[in-house]
Design a protein around this ligand. Sequence first.
Ligand code: ADP
Length: 240
Amino acid sequence: MSALELSRVSKVYGSGAGEVHALRGVDLIVEPGELVAVMGPSGSGKSTLLTIAGSLEEPSRGEVTVGGLPLSRLSRNEKAALRRRAIGYVFQDFNLLAGLTAAENVSLPLELDGAPIRTARAAALAALERLDLAGDADRFPDDLSGGERQRVAIARAVVGQRHLLLADEPSGALDSVNGESVMRLVRETCQAGVAGVVVTHDAQLASWADRVVFLRDGRIVDQTARPDGPESLLETGPAR
Ligand code: ADP
């Protein structure tokens, strides 16, 4: 089952003369463990694609399926639960809550979902440790560097049992060394079975992805080939 599937997804903002076609018939499938980078000029629909994939907005036409669940068939509450449990979102400006420690920021989605505080904290500490932040659990965002804050944001996006990681320019506010390490972390997270979609302007960072999708005027105009999976070995056996 695909982690994310967009089929014939279109998004129109406004109406009449002010109509903007942000997405036009986008088809995209992301498998568990796969990392897809989305590139394209400003205004080409990249952020719209992420917000629709993350169920934060509804498409005007087409269907989005997350982990086999068609979003159009879910109620508002079911979608909110899916976002808390299955979808991690890394925003450009991190969106950490200044009054909460790193561990509290990371455990928040689990607590909002009803997990007991102890369970949520244990999961948060595990996520922070995976991101090399074990020693920073009780520090506040203002006391962390930009790179550390970004890693906390990623920890929050992958805490618990997430299947889908969506990141909008996760390295946008970082220098190139930190930007590179963020992509490495996203890559590692995906290798653990999470499907990732990352918007980036930086071709160097996009090269960390399994596949790069290019958007222009709301359409996918090009994409790099998906690397051959193990099944390709079966197809290319000796001729019989
Ligand atoms: P990108 O992320 O590639 O810069 P966006 O997805 O933000 O592109 O925007 C695609 C198009 O949709 C742009 O023309 C933008 O102005 C328009 N757009 C995005 N969000 C809205 C909105 N909430 N209301 C109206 N127009 C929007």
